[in-house]
Design a protein around this ligand. Structure first.
Ligand SMILES: NC(=O)c1ccc[n+]([C@@H]2O[C@H](COP(=O)([O-])OP(=O)(O)OC[C@H]3O[C@@H](n4cnc5c(N)ncnc54)[C@H](OP(=O)(O)O)[C@@H]3O)[C@@H](O)[C@H]2O)c1
Length: 324
């Protein structure tokens, strides 16, 4: 089968499409013919081997795993003998490792759910990492309750476009922060108010929030604190790429240190893909309450282009890659 392979860290050119062996299918596994996948900043960090502090995970001198990718959507090709939840021909989506390939093998209880009929294959392929991250940020780490006011900074990217819609589905009052060209998009996703960060400063807005989900990581703690109620929570999801050694971690450390002594809760987390959360997102999509936003679609042979665009940091929703 064809798969994206890289043998050294570097720019998107180090990624090539090669023939590799199809993955093995254990008794509890589902073999999926991947029809589409999507790129995430985590893939970009693994590709470039940055920040250096993450090298023990990525590989010290060369990639530990020469294959990349997480999100997938496709059709079940075959199943192991213990698999009861899926059968050949089912349309599915989820997240696993080594997903930039024609096939993935996924344990039936880990990161794979059926695709709703009303959702396209690229749309489903865009959900995994970004959708689960947005859900866990709002519901689990942000403990968002119906009627609460939430501020979402970085509302127009992969995670942000899911976060705005999920926050509305959870019954929140949503203020979303993005740049001028994305204001209408973000409004169309259901945001009650949209702040254009190129013209207005949400930190001067005055009205306090119960929760701030900071996906862009573009502001200092003093700005965040100003808009948070005394018992509010700041959930840090992401931050700018930062320096080569610490990358986004430097920003997260700075906020953590600056917030010491504050009554407000400050949380950073790494999303963990679960079947239950994919199912939750699946149900929202089936009910028409969650519609993935796709900015650009590439072919597998153009995956380097997809990474180049992702690396610019200005995607409007998700960037998908059609595989077959
Ligand atoms: N903690 C986790 O488990 C986890 C999981 C997934 C992602 N992340 C992190 O979350 C971040 C976002 O991921 P993503 O997939 O959403 O990335 P993305 O799709 O590349 O997001 C880019 C978006 O960020 C917006 N943006 C850039 N600068 C901004 C600013 N100053 N203020 C507001 N918005 C700004 C851009 O809008 P403009 O073009 O208008 O600037 C663009 O729409 C990354 O740092 C990623 O590593 C963390």
């Amino acid at each position: 089968m064809k798969a994206a392979v890289y043998r050294r860290f570097g720019p998107p050119d180090v990624l090539g499409i090669e023939e590799v062996e199809k993955p093995a299918v254990g008794d509890d596994d589902v073999l999926v013919r991947v029809r589409a996948t999507s790129v995430n900043p985590a893939d970009w960090h693994a590709l470039t081997g940055t920040p250096l502090i993450a090298r023990p995970a990525f590989g010290l001198r060369r990639p530990k795993d020469e294959r990349l990718g997480n999100d997938f959507a496709g059709t079940v090709e075959s199943t192991g003998k213990n698999v009861t939840r899926f059968k050949t021909g089912d349309e599915v989506f989820g997240a696993t490792s080594q997903a930039f390939a024609e096939y993935v093998s996924v344990r039936q209880d880990r990161g794979i759910v059926s695709k709703p009929e009303n959702v396209g294959v690229e749309e489903a392929a865009s959900v995994g990492v970004a959708g689960v991250t947005a859900l866990q940020a709002l519901r689990d780490h942000g403990r968002l309750q119906p009627g609460q006011r939430v501020l979402i900074n970085g509302a127009s990217g992969g995670v942000g476009t899911f976060a705005v819609q999920i926050a509305k589905a959870l019954g929140a009052d949503v203020t979303a922060v993005c740049s001028t060209r994305n204001v209408e998009l973000v409004r169309s996703l259901g945001a009650d108010r949209v702040v254009d960060y190129t013209k207005d400063d949400f930190a001067r807005d005055g009205e306090p929030y119960d929760l701030m989900v900071d996906i862009a990581g573009s502001r200092r703690w003093s700005d965040c604190r100003r808009v948070l109620k005394p018992d509010a929570t700041l959930v840090m999801v992401g931050a700018p790429k930062g320096n080569a050694l610490l990358g986004p971690v430097s920003k997260l450390i700075a906020i953590r240190l600056a917030s010491v002594g504050s009554k407000r809760r400050v949380v950073f987390f790494i999303a963990r893909i679960t079947t239950e959360d994919l199912q939750f997102l699946r149900d929202l999509m089936a009910e028409g309450k969650l519609k993935p936003v796709i900015d650009r679609r590439y072919e597998l042979s153009q995956i380097g282009e997809a990474f180049r665009y992702l690396g610019e940091g200005h995607a409007r929703g998700k960037i998908t890659v059609t595989v077959s």
